[in-house]
Design a protein around this ligand. Structure first.
Ligand code: HEC
Ligand code: HEC
Ligand code: HEC
Ligand code: HEC
Length: 405
């Protein structure tokens, strides 16, 4: 990495001096390829296609993300979420993610309504660069005004800024939340934690914000306490009349677990499991930028996992089966409680005091359940945490339902 960077400086300086002679000058150092740094676009972003010549293998692997096109509708899979998310966009449209090249298309195509540019936070490096240049006010701009001009989905700049190969945290709300703990997080995990996290929009500034400061406050319990202290409401469920929290893809929080220890993950970073090195031929390799399930990467499993996991796919499937079965069972109980609270309010069989207590149980129960349900590994990242979350959800929903028995 260092060597490449020096070459960059070398090239730039020399080009400025005497164009012709330099090419020869740099070429005299035989083993190092010359790296041309492309010109950033109007947002100050060097887009993926501009790195194609410099990093052909990485660029080709990045383009492979487009091959993933199969989508699952969570509403068809789990119809009860229409009740759980009633009153917000996810009850109308909730399909599985497919990959980084689709982020910009997806945010516009969804039937969920968008008002402000904050929704583009994790969809385009051009948005990231705008926020970094102009400040948090960009989040509060009209969605259409910002969106209509953007062209680049999640790409190189989000993780490397314009360096080409160094890891840089470009999403500043993450560095802000981590503070001095940033040194405790592997940069190959922090890169992904920029977007694969639980966040909210600050009610006043509209800025994308993380609900914790310092790793020790990055636990589901502390995050719920944070939201409850703020009386934060993402949406009001119109059936039960409850102010709810909607959790979003908390992979970073789940992988690092309580206190920032990669407990169940043996110290692996996100990139170790989701990128991996591709051996092209003897002595020639590159880091794959096709972000996918480790189970689809046979070379990775053989090189990095099989020494300890004789059958990783079976192990993962067993964890996921248990977790998804519990998610469905508890999801159905949450649906039941939502409807019963609604009915209890409508027919007057529950007092205001009782309703307040029941709504508080429902809010907390669904928060714990959602923290597991919307985490993309379905339990594989941290089966201990997944089952603890489901225990907490179940205990609260059962307590609520008991008052209707
Ligand atoms: C989502 C984050 C992310 C994006 C987007 C991304 N990278 Fe990377 N990149 C990484 C990570 C993480 C590593 C380190 C991987 C490792 O060392 O295992 C890396 C490593 C690299 C390296 C160093 C490889 C080496 O051999 O040390 C280069 C060069 C690179 N990326 C180029 C690019 C280019 C070009 C693009 C856009 C086409 C891009 N990256 C997009 C996260 C990203
Ligand atoms: C700038 C924001 C951003 C960063 C940084 C980022 N991601 Fe993503 N990622 C997304 C978004 C948004 C999606 C959903 C894409 C869609 O619309 O289908 C996604 C989807 C994915 C998916 C596909 C999920 C699926 O269900 O098929 C994988 C795998 C993934 N990311 C892994 C990673 C890894 C590993 C890193 C770090 C090296 C990373 N991401 C960094 C925003 C990001
Ligand atoms: C020890 C390995 C490991 C680490 C570390 C790891 N993951 Fe995963 N991840 C997995 C496994 C296993 C799955 C489940 C894959 C499957 O169901 O096919 C998964 C699933 C995912 C998915 C859903 C992908 C899909 O195709 O459905 C995303 C997104 C993801 N991980 C992101 C991350 C992020 C972000 C990090 C770091 C914060 C991370 N992972 C760290 C092993 C890992
Ligand atoms: C040095 C041995 C070792 C290697 C290498 C290793 N693992 Fe593991 N892994 C473990 C152990 C031990 C556990 C059980 C941890 C526990 O139960 O808390 C585990 C658990 C897991 C889990 C389940 C986590 C959970 O919370 O239930 C996944 C998924 C996983 N590993 C994926 C991977 C992947 C992917 C690789 C290769 C990139 C890999 N592991 C490499 C030792 C290893």
């Amino acid at each position: 990495m260092k060597r490449k960077k020096r070459m960059l400086v070398c090239t730039t300086v020399l080009v400025l001096l005497i164009a012709g002679a330099i090419v020869a000058g740099c070429a005299q150092q035989p083993s190092t390829p010359t790296i041309e740094k492309p010109e950033p676009n109007e947002y100050g972003v060097i887009v993926a296609a501009q790195w194609k010549e410099t990093y052909p293998d990485i660029y080709a692997s990045y383009e492979m993300n487009r091959q993933n096109t199969s989508r699952v509708s969570y509403i068809e899979e789990d119809p009860f979420i229409v009740t759980l998310y009633d009153g917000m966009g996810f009850s109308k449209d909730y399909t599985s993610a497919i990959g980084h090249p689709y982020t910009l298309e997806d945010v516009a195509a969804t039937a969920r309504p968008h008002k402000l540019a904050q929704c583009i936070t994790c969809k385009s490096p051009e948005m990231t660069a705008m926020v970094n240049a102009q400040g948090d006010s960009v989040y509060a701009m009209e969605f259409d005004e910002v969106y209509s001009k953007l062209t680049e989905p999640v790409s190189c700049y989000n993780c490397h800024e314009n360096t080409g190969d160094e890891l840089v945290i470009t999403h500043k709300y993450l560095s802000k939340a981590l503070g001095s703990d940033v040194s405790k997080v592997d940069p190959k995990t922090a890169a992904c934690g920029q977007c694969h996290n639980e966040y909210y929009f600050d009610a006043t500034s509209k800025a994308t914000t993380l609900p914790w400061t310092g790793l020790s406050a990055m636990t589901p319990d502390a995050i719920l306490a944070y939201y409850n202290n703020l009386n934060f409401v993402d949406f009001t469920n119109t059936i039960s009349g409850t102010g709810m929290i909607k959790v979003q893809h908390p992979e970073f929080e789940t992988v690092l677990g309580a206190g920032g220890k990669a407990q169940s993950m043996g110290g692996f970073s996100c990139a170790d499991c989701h990128m991996g090195t591709v051996e092209k031929s003897a002595g020639s390799s590159y880091v794959s930028h096709n972000w996918q399930s480790p189970l689809k990467n046979q070379q990775l499993i053989e090189n990095k996992c099989s020494s300890c996991h004789s059958n990783l796919a079976t192990e993962v499937a067993a964890i996921q089966k248990k977790v998804t079965e519990r998610e469905t069972a508890i999801g159905l109980k949450l649906e039941d409680l939502t409807r019963k609270i609604g009915a209890g309010a409508a027919d007057g069989s529950k007092s205001e005091e009782e309703l307040t207590a029941l709504r508080s149980l429902l809010r907390d129960a669904q928060f714990y359940w959602d923290f597991c349900y919307v985490e993309n590994s379905e339990g594989a990242h941290n089966s201990t945490m997944a089952n603890q979350l489901l225990d907490k959800a179940e205990q609260r929903v059962d307590q609520g339902l008991a008052s209707f028995a």
